[in-house]
Design a binder for this molecule. Structure first.
Ligand code: HEM
Length: 616
């Protein structure tokens, strides 16, 4: 437990009552030379005096160690009226000598300046921890917290911690403690019942400072969020989604054609899926055809550049020690992140400069698209894309709407669709196809369902009603590889969750990735078995209704859920009518993942497509 790790200014054995009372989070002086110089003193009991010895090094002033061996000696300093107890009995030297006193005097100004700074640093560092210290969790390293654990094990670490510490535990993302909730009933408590106390998302360090990312729905807060969400939800009526089927189908068929061209060689399916999802969302969000998944000659250079920038911007949003320096600083000392970013973005060759430039270019492109759509009033009246619909809603919504949807927010909301809708959807499609490729019995049932549906391409209604097995395959794929293993939330007032009182401002994160691997909810969780989602089956009936929440829960759940499911189902339908897929010998097993804002396949998904001889 982090509770094990204390910073003690002093503790003594010859004054046990008061010493015990004073065992708090305080700077530690474990038999350090500083202690021995007697420059820090806590008591005015005037008992013993010891000479200042050894050299002082600032690192001695502040170190972390478990609360263990009690100190034994007391030190007096002539210029102070008080005494310091320290940990070493060897400090019981007989008397002062003048030289030593003079030396100590020389150091005094430095130490008296440094000590309050370090104390302030300690307080700054441990302040967020203090409010949640009662929540169990593993010991945290100073400064980096549990980031090394995350780097080593990826999101699997949360499952291991839940086993050890229970359904609610602490995890330190650098300086910032997260309280992680890994139980379906508690997730419901946080996401639904106590929504009014936990209505917003915490702002992770990769997002801090990026307007483009912050002004979307994901990170806006309170009234602005609910006003924006209500506007957006009204644009996602089923009729609107149904109207997007032809556009989705065109993109999917075009992507499927490129598979045919590739013949029997390896395809990087996750790359193709990302291009496809970006094309679909590009049309749906901006009304722009990026044509990324089209055969090479159709895709424009500009679109490729946009895509490269978008991918670079997205993959830079990491939450670990491999991120840019300013993001890492944001994790360990958020107060330094802003100034550091300002400095680093001016230094050639830094990751921060590259990210800043990419984000600037992306923002400029998005602003350009928004501005041109603003101007082209007639064109946008007839268009179905999100941007046009949002601008139309703003124009017909009066002054309040104009205040709410300034060009900056419109741009951020539209770009957010690209961000939220491409990596997530493509990961879901890639994992479903990858998992089916290794399970012939699942593939056989899926092909039978696809072939049974007849020659006509399915409508939105067909997709919802007539593909129950496809539905289960996708549900099981989202359980097996949960694209958002953590869902960020933050308390806006004091709340009690799972018996722990959590102060305002606590980062309270839900862990759908842990729920998805809980054997009590999903027996044999390591098996890919779509049948576990069969409506009314024993396993389904026993399962907690909030055990499977890949799209989140409560009023803040994913707005794009139906859009994404429609797209993934339609893509699988068209792909499996023409092909089956086999894993390439070059595909590692099990696959490795990278954890940015969402999960991704580290080395892609390498598959071989086999054309089906007689599709129905
Ligand atoms: C398989 C694909 C997708 C998955 C697994 C997914 C997952 C999620 C999750 C877990 C959340 C957080 C929910 C919560 O806090 O309770 C979320 C939020 C969100 N998603 Fe998705 N998403 C997907 C596709 C999409 C698409 C296609 C769009 C846009 C068209 C989208 C837009 C959003 C937005 C705007 C939010 C923020 C909602 C809010 O704060 O009110 N997502 N998504």
């Amino acid at each position: 437990m982090t509770r094990d790790i204390f910073i003690d200014l002093y503790h003594g054995k010859d004054d046990s009552a008061s010493t015990q009372k004073d065992k708090k989070i305080q700077p530690l002086l474990p038999s350090s030379p500083l202690a021995e110089t007697g420059m820090w003193s806590m008591r005015d009991n005037g008992r013993q005096s010891v000479p200042p010895i050894n050299r002082f090094h600032p690192s001695h002033l502040f170190c972390l160690r478990p609360h263990t061996a009690p100190p034994t000696a007391t030190i007096n300093h002539p210029q102070h009226s008080s005494f310091l107890k320290c940990a070493s009995s060897r400090t019981q030297a007989p008397s002062w000598d003048r030289r030593a006193m003079a030396e100590a005097g020389e150091w005094l100004p430095y130490v008296s300046t440094l000590a309050p700074c370090l104390l302030g640093f300690a307080l700054y560092f441990y302040a967020p921890y203090w409010g949640v210290r009662g929540v169990p969790g593993p010991p945290a390293l100073p400064i980096v917290g549990h980031l090394p654990l995350l780097a080593l094990h990826g999101p699997d670490v949360f499952g291991a911690l839940a086993k050890k510490y229970g359904p609610i535990f602490r995890f330190h993302l650098g300086r910032q403690p997260l309280v992680i909730v890994a139980d379906p009933e508690l997730c419901k408590e946080v996401g639904v019942r106590q929504f009014k106390s936990v209505p917003n998302r915490s702002l992770p360090s990769p997002i801090a400072g990026s307007d483009l990312h912050q002004k979307g729905l994901f990170f806006t807060r309170d009234e602005r969020w609910s006003a924006m969400r209500n506007t957006i939800i009204s644009l996602y009526q089923p009729s609107h989604l149904a109207g997007l089927i032809p556009t989705m189908q065109r993109c999917i068929e075009r992507a499927a054609d490129t598979i045919q061209l590739n013949g029997n060689v390896d395809i990087d399916f996750s790359d193709l899926a990302l291009k496809l999802a970006t094309d679909v969302i590009g049309q749906a969000a901006f009304g722009v055809d990026f044509a990324l998944s089209a055969p090479r000659e159709h895709g424009g250079r500009e679109a490729e550049e946009f895509m490269a920038e978008h991918v670079h911007s997205t993959t830079s949003l990491k939450m670990d020690l491999s991120a840019s320096l300013s993001i890492v600083l944001g994790l360990v000392a958020p107060a330094l992140q802003g100034p550091a970013r300002g400095l680093l973005r001016r230094l050639p060759g830094t990751a921060d400069r590259r990210i800043a430039r990419t984000n600037d270019r992306l923002r400029a492109r998005v602003e350009e698209i928004v501005a041109s759509r603003e101007r082209d009033l007639d064109k946008r009246r007839g268009q179905r894309d999100f941007l046009s619909a949002l601008l139309n809603a703003r124009d017909s919504g009066g002054d309040k709407m104009r205040e709410l949807l300034t060009p900056e927010y419109v741009g951020a909301l539209t770009y957010e669709h690209l961000l939220a809708g491409s990596a997530t959807t493509s990961f879901t499609l890639s994992s479903a196809v990858y998992l089916v490729s290794g399970h012939p019995e699942v593939e056989a049932k899926l092909l039978a369902e696809v072939d049974r549906s007849g020659a006509a391409p399915p409508t939105a209604d067909d997709l919802q009603r007539n593909f129950p097995y496809l539905d289960r395959v996708i549900k099981e794929a989202t359980r097996f590889y949960t694209v958002s293993p953590l869902i960020a939330r933050e308390t806006s007032r004091r709340v009690e969750v799972g018996g722990h009182a959590l102060p305002k401002g606590t980062w309270l994160w839900l862990a759908p990735g842990v729920l998805a691997r809980d054997a009590a909810q999903f027996p044999e969780p390591g098996e890919f078995r779509p049948e576990r989602f069969e409506a009314g089956c024993e396993e389904e009936r026993r399962r907690h209704p909030y055990a499977h929440v890949p799209f989140g829960l409560g009023p803040r759940a994913c707005v794009g859920q139906r859009f994404a499911l429609q797209e993934v189902k339609l893509a699988m339908f068209h792909l499996y009518r023409r092909y089956v897929f086999r894993r390439s010998p070059r595909m590692e097993s099990p696959p490795e993942f990278q954890f940015g804002i969402v999960l991704g396949f580290k080395h892609g998904v390498k598959l071989r497509a086999i054309e089906r001889r007689s599709p129905a």
